[in-house]
Design a protein around this ligand. Structure first.
Ligand code: UDP
Length: 244
C-alpha cells in the first residue's frame, strides 16, 4: 500500500509529507492494513546514493512510507519550493511506533548491528515499552538471507527493524520483506545501536538547531567521507531548483 498523498520529489526520491506523529500513526495503519509493507528513512547521503544506484532508488521509492531523516532533506525540499512539514528522524519514528505497538501488545524483531547489540537493545526496549513483545533478534553480519528470513517468519513478528546501513537495508527489505511474513519492516540505520546505548544521540540542543549531523561528525570523525555527500547534495538541489 503506497501513501495516498502526493510525494515531494527531492532529486528522484519521493518523500511523504508527514509530521513525526502522523508518521507513527501511518505506521500503525500499515500494520493493520494486511499484507507486508516497508518504511524507509533517507537522509541526503542516501538520496545521493539513489541518484547513482537505480536499484537503491527503486527500493527506496517502493516503500509504503518514505520519511525525511535529516535536516538536509528538509532544506533541500524547501530550496525546491516544495517544503516538507518536518524532519522525521528514523529513531524517533521508531520510538513513536513502539509506543503504539506496545499499547496493542504487538511484537518486534531486531535485525542488525554488531553481535550482542540487538540483544541488549531488546532488553532495554522490553523495559522501556511494557506490553511490547520481543519476537527475536539477530546481528547484521550474516552471509545468507535464507536462514534469517526463516527465523523471522517462525518468530511471527509483526514488525522488523532492519538496521544494516543504507542501501543494504532498503535492498534487503525490498527483496525479502514479503517472505518474512511480517506486516511491517522499517529500515533504521544505526537505531539498534541507539536503543542499546552503544551510540548516543546528539543532545536536544543540537537536534533542535539542525546540528545533529555535526555532533555525529565530532563524535565519530570517520564519518567525514560520508558527510561530504551533504554539500554535494545541496549543490545538486540548487541545480535542480534552477531547472524548475
Ligand atoms: N550494519 C550491519 N550489517 C552490515 C553493515 C552495517 O548490521 O553489513 C549495521 C552497523 O553495525 C550499524 C548500522 O548497520 O549498526 C548502520 O549504522 P549507520 O550509523 O551507518 O547508519 P545511519 O544511522 O547513519 O544510517
Amino acid at each position: 500500500m503506497r501513501g495516498d498523498t502526493v510525494r515531494v520529489d527531492v532529486l528522484g526520491v519521493g518523500f511523504d509529507n508527514l509530521t513525526l506523529s502522523e508518521a507513527a500513526e501511518r505506521g500503525m495503519e500499515l500494520l493493520h492494513a494486511g499484507g507486508t509493507h516497508y518504511v524507509v528513512t533517507p537522509n541526503p547521503e542516501i538520496v545521493e546514493v539513489c541518484r547513482e544506484n537505480p536499484a537503491a532508488r527503486a527500493a527506496v521509492n517502493g516503500a509504503a512510507l518514505v520519511l525525511p531523516d535529516g535536516i538536509g532533506v528538509i532544506k533541500g525540499a524547501a530550496m525546491l519550493g516544495t517544503p516538507l512539514k518536518e524532519r522525521v528522524p528514523g529513531v524517533e519514528f521508531a520510538a513513536g511506533l513502539l509506543e503504539k505497538m506496545a499499547g496493542e501488545g504487538m511484537s518486534l524483531y531486531l535485525l542488525g548491528a554488531k553481535p550482542g547489540v540487538a540483544e541488549t537493545a531488546a532488553e532495554r526496549l522490553r523495559e522501556r515499552y511494557p506490553g511490547l513483545r520481543i519476537a527475536g533478534f539477530h546481528d547484521g553480519y550474516f552471509q545468507e538471507d535464507g536462514p534469517i528470513v526463516e527465523n523471522i517468519r517462525q518468530s511471527g513478528a509483526d514488525t522488523v527493524f532492519v538496521c544494516l546501513g543504507a542501501p543494504k537495508q532498503e535492498l534487503w527489505m525490498a527483496k525479502n520483506g514479503l517472505a518474512t511474513g511480517a506486516r511491517l519492516l522499517c529500515g533504521l540505520g544505526g537505531s539498534i545501536d541507539v536503543f542499546a546505548g552503544t551510540v548516543k544521540r546528539a543532545p536536544k540542543f543540537w537536534c533542535d538547531h539542525g546540528l545533529e549531523w555535526f555532533y555525529r561528525l565530532c563524535s565519530n570523525p570517520r564519518r567525514l567521507g560520508r558527510m561530504m555527500k551533504l554539500p554535494v547534495f545541496l549543490v545538486h538541489v540548487r541545480r535542480a531548483g534552477r531547472r524548475k
